[in-house]
Design a protein around this ligand. Structure first.
Ligand SMILES: [Fe+2]
Ligand SMILES: [Fe+2]
Length: 215
C-alpha cells in the first residue's frame, strides 16, 4: 500500500494562548499571507480545502458512508500498527510516528490520572480514526480541528476569516445565521461537526459497543 503523510494540524493552530506562543515561533505566519514555510503552507492549504468542502451535505454523506463500519475488522494493536506502518516519516516537519504519539498521550494521562484506566486507553486510541487517510479520504476530511456545520462559523476557528469564502453553505440561508439549523442551547449531542477522524473513531467505538464511559 502507498504511504500517506498524515498531518497533525491541530497542535500549532489552536486559539489557546499556549498554542499561539508556539505558533509565533514559526516564521512568516500570517493568515492573510501565503507562507513560504512548507509545513505551514501544507497546513494552510489543508484548512482551505476543509473549510471550502466541509458542508452540511458533505458531512451527512460521510456519516452515512463510514457509519456502515464495513471497511475492515481489526483489534486496537493491529490498528495502531496499521496506522504507524503507513505513515511516511520522511517529512522533517512532521513531529513523530503516530504510534509514539499514541503511547505518549496514554502515558501522560496515566501520570495525571493514575486511577482512570479507561482514560489511559482513550489516550492510546484517540487518533486511530486517522486510518481514514489510508483508505483514500483526503487529509482535509481526516485531520485538523473540527467545527460545527449548519450555522455561522465561530470566530475561534483557525483561518476563519479567509478560508470559508468558497464554502456554499456560507450563502445558504438555512445555514448562515447565528443558530442555523439548531435551536439555542440545544446541547452538543445535537450538533453536527465537520467530518474527521474524531467522529469516525467515536462511531467505531459506539458501533462496537464500547465499554468506555460516556465521560
Ligand atoms: Fe486527533
Ligand atoms: Fe492526537
Amino acid at each position: 500500500m502507498e504511504k500517506v503523510n498524515i498531518l497533525d494540524l491541530s497542535e500549532l493552530y489552536r486559539p489557546e494562548p499556549e498554542a499561539q506562543k508556539r505558533k509565533q515561533a514559526y516564521r512568516n505566519f500570517d493568515e492573510n499571507k501565503e507562507s513560504d514555510n512548507s509545513h505551514i503552507k501544507r497546513v494552510q492549504e489543508t484548512y482551505k480545502l476543509m473549510h471550502t468542502y466541509q458542508t452540511v451535505e458533505f458531512v451527512s454523506q460521510k456519516r452515512d458512508k463510514w457509519g456502515q463500519l464495513n471497511k475492515a475488522e481489526m483489534n486496537v494493536m493491529q490498528a495502531l500498527e496499521f496506522l504507524n506502518n503507513l505513515v511516511d516519516e520522511s517529512d522533517p516537519d512532521v513531529d513523530v510516528p503516530n504510534i509514539y504519539h499514541a503511547y505518549q498521550t496514554a502515558e501522560r494521562i496515566r501520570a495525571r490520572h493514575p486511577d482512570k484506566d479507561w482514560f489511559h486507553l482513550t489516550g492510546l486510541i484517540h487518533d486511530l480514526g486517522k486510518v481514514l487517510a489510508l483508505w483514500g479520504e483526503p487529509q482535509w476530511s481526516v485531520v485538523g480541528d473540527t467545527f460545527p456545520v449548519g450555522c455561522e462559523y465561530g470566530n475561534s476557528i483557525v483561518y476563519k476569516n479567509t478560508s470559508f469564502v468558497d464554502n456554499p453553505d456560507l450563502k445558504d440561508p438555512r445555514y448562515n445565521t447565528k443558530y442555523g439549523i439548531y435551536e439555542e442551547n440545544c446541547g452538543l449531542d445535537d450538533i453536527i461537526m465537520s467530518w474527521g477522524h474524531d467522529e469516525y473513531m467515536y462511531q467505531v467505538l459506539v458501533g462496537n459497543k464500547t465499554t468506555l464511559p460516556e465521560e
